[in-house]
Design a protein around this ligand. Structure first.
Ligand code: FEO
Ligand code: CA
Ligand code: CA
Length: 638
């Protein structure tokens, strides 16, 4: 296969997937509701919006002298000296804490695999026996007394993965097959040894799920015309999962892996091919991210059929206790660029799943099952029969979940599950600043979602032409820093259709911008400033861990912020402290903890990306790595 051209290389060294999407499938310049946009852009409204935010309960304020403060006293882990921002090529933690790598890309999960060699790297066969690349969302499970981690392998970091290739990109057929083996999910057993934690090679629970693993298509879209392909004429079985971003768990002990930027793996061998508006809405274009899957596997060539992309973009349920189980694509939870899936049981017993669609101007969703969870519940029924909702936020701090039904959208149930973005556009949901992880507070009926950034807020509509006015939970034009929104369901019921919201934190740079919204909210100062919140995770004590995936130039608007980081927040007082700084070019993503709560597992993803040189973790080729963090005195920290 011929070497990649320079454009593809540039995509993989200098741009994130959403950056590439902006090039290959930009948002339209014009929107049908021009006047809405202009109104939102006017100075008058912008400042009115700011005053509203700072002067009202829409904005976070510290709570004082109430029971909540007493509760916050239990958070001893807050007693650490915050870490200063830096641009080092290592992990920096507060004094008293230590870290060790647990597992890195390419590490063999079975003894018949090959020991990673930084110069030779791996063949596709060797990669099939090894931990995947770009670890992202993860969850901890206990099965038969053993501790397991299910870990997403979101995509492939070309800087390390193809460091053995001159072009820095796939050059051979085996290179392409290797990328298909490096994505998906890795399930590994872990155990504590003298010096910390390690993966258990050859554990009967170890499993790799890749771009080839057969999956059952379940729910309303199963068997629909739009799901049928030459390879699967019934539309009931898809092969593989990729772009696995965030994750979730269920009360019945399964893992949820969420397909996010699935579009960039498809491309067209016919440059004149007309791509439907339905596919364009999801970013499908003639050119992908440069993986070349379409050259070796017809499923990924749009010119050979345009239904295959309808079979990605879902939440996939996996049973980690049974390595032979067939993963299930849960189409009832909708198709979009899924970040994570945060499941909670409502007071009624119905299951509720909160989900973000991480793209500029896309929506925040909720799924509510029709039936209730109980001991003998039919799990397939709970995951297949329910209603999807999209969130609408009002300026006054109230909000509504809008049901996506045949009645409200004019679409069939299957169409709603396949073209979910279009369904949400039809009901007029609020376009958001890239909804990333959602987390439910374990101590309170309250939900948090990070809105990472949005450079076209107030400037352009989303890919479907929906306006992106400045206001509500998205208060800044060209949002560089991001924010975390939180809401409380009406009457403390996650299944209720009304909620009230405010912003927990508006990230900003108070050193560069002394006043105004770019300075961030009151709980941001020069000691804890950050940009692009992404992972939000509650631990067993109800502390909120915030992870970033941001601009790490440390210059201009981002001066003094350093590398990506992980912060610890007190949801009651609003206090935020920087706990960790990541190595160069990496984002921090994925959070889990051991049964004894003395070790937290955190993902360092794509060190050395964006063309930034990194040799993390071993001083040679940069490798995404899950690290284990503990306190030197063995305290419980999660
Ligand atoms: Fe894979 Fe939205 O992060
Ligand atoms: Ca993310
Ligand atoms: Ca992100």
């Amino acid at each position: 296969m011929k070497a990649k051209n320079d454009f593809d290389k540039q995509q993989h060294t200098a741009l994130s997937h959403d950056g590439v999407d902006e090039i290959i499938r930009p948002a339209p310049d014009k929107v049908g509701f021009e006047e809405v946009l202009e109104k939102a852009l006017s100075r008058r409204d912008f400042f009115k919006g700011s005053a509203l935010l700072f002067g009202s309960s829409l904005f976070f304020k510290s709570s004082i002298g109430n029971a909540e403060s007493a509760e916050s006293k239990a958070f001893d882990v807050f007693d650490f000296e915050p870490v200063a921002a830096n641009v080092e090529d290592t992990v920096t933690l507060p004094q008293g804490y230590q870290w060790r790598p647990l597992v890195s890309w390419g590490q063999p999960m079975w003894s018949k695999g090959k020991t990673f060699d930084a110069e030779q790297l791996l063949t596709s066969e060797e990669q099939a026996l090894a931990f995947g690349d770009n670890n992202d969302g993860m969850k901890h499970f206990t099965v038969q007394g053993r501790e397991l981690l299910a870990i997403n392998n979101e995509y492939v970091n070309f800087s390390g993965f193809f460091s053995n290739r001159k072009s820095g990109a796939p050059e051979t057929l085996d290179d392409v097959l290797k990328t298909q083996q490096a994505v998906g999910v890795s399930i590994v057993e872990i155990q504590q040894v003298k010096n910390g934690w390690q993966i258990v090679q050859d554990s009967p629970f170890n499993r790799r799920i890749t771009a080839h693993t057969p999956m059952e298509i379940t729910g309303p879209a199963r068997g629909h015309l739009l799901m049928k392909t030459p390879q699967d004429p019934q539309g009931v079985e898809a092969l593989g999962t990729w772009a696995n971003c965030g994750s979730g768990t269920t009360p019945w002990g399964t893992y949820l892996t969420c397909e996010e930027n699935f579009n960039g793996y498809y491309a067209s061998s016919d440059s004149g091919l007309e791509i439907s508006p339905e596919l364009q809405r999801y970013g499908l274009a003639h050119q992908g991210y440069g993986y070349d899957w379409h050259k070796v596997d017809e499923r990924f060539d749009l010119a050979k059929g345009m239904n295959e992309p309808n079979r990605s973009g879902y939440v996939v349920e996996i049973d980690p206790s049974n390595p032979n189980s067939k993963p299930k694509k849960r189409t009832a939870l909708g198709r979009f660029k899924h970040e994570n899936a945060e499941m909670v049981i409502a007071e009624s017993g119905q299951i509720v799943v909160y989900m973000g669609d991480d793209e500029r101007g896309e929506f925040l969703y909720r799924y509510v099952s029709n039936n209730v969870f109980k001991a003998d519940a039919d799990i397939d029924d709970l995951m297949e029969n329910g209603i999807l909702y999209a969130a609408k936020f009002a300026e006054d701090g109230s909000g509504t979940w809008l049901p996506l039904t045949p009645k409200s959208t004019g679409m069939s149930l299957a169409e709603i599950c396949i073209h979910t973005r279009q369904a949400a556009s039809k009901v007029g949901a609020t376009t958001m600043d890239r909804p990333e992880w959602v987390a439910v507070n374990p101590n309170k009926i309250e939900v948090y979602c990070s809105l990472t950034n949005n450079k076209i807020r107030g400037l352009k509509p989303n890919k479907g032409g929906d306006a992106q006015p400045v206001g509500g939970p998205n208060p800044r034009q060209d949002n560089k820093y991001g924010q975390v929104v939180r809401w409380t369901p009406e009457k403390g019921d996650h299944a209720a259709n009304e909620f009230i919201w405010n912003l927990f934190v508006l990230a900003g740079n108070p050193d560069v911008h002394k006043t105004g919204l770019q300075a961030g909210s009151d709980n941001v100062d020069v000691s804890n400033m950050f940009n692009s919140p992404d992972g939000v995770h509650f631990d067993s004590q109800g502390k909120l861990w915030i992870q970033t995936d941001g601009k790490t130039t440390n210059q201009g608007d981002f001066a003094g912020m350093g590398n990506s980081q992980m912060l610890l927040a007190n949801p009651y007082s609003g206090e935020i402290k920087r706990f960790m700084v990541a190595p160069k070019g990496a984002e921090v993503t994925g959070f889990a903890y051991s049964n004894d709560r003395k070790t937290i597992f955190v993902g360092i993803q794509h060190p050395g990306e964006w063309g930034i040189e990194s040799t993390f973790p071993n001083g040679d080729v940069p490798r995404s790595t899950v690290i284990a963090i503990s306190h030197k005195n063995g305290y419980q920290i999660a």
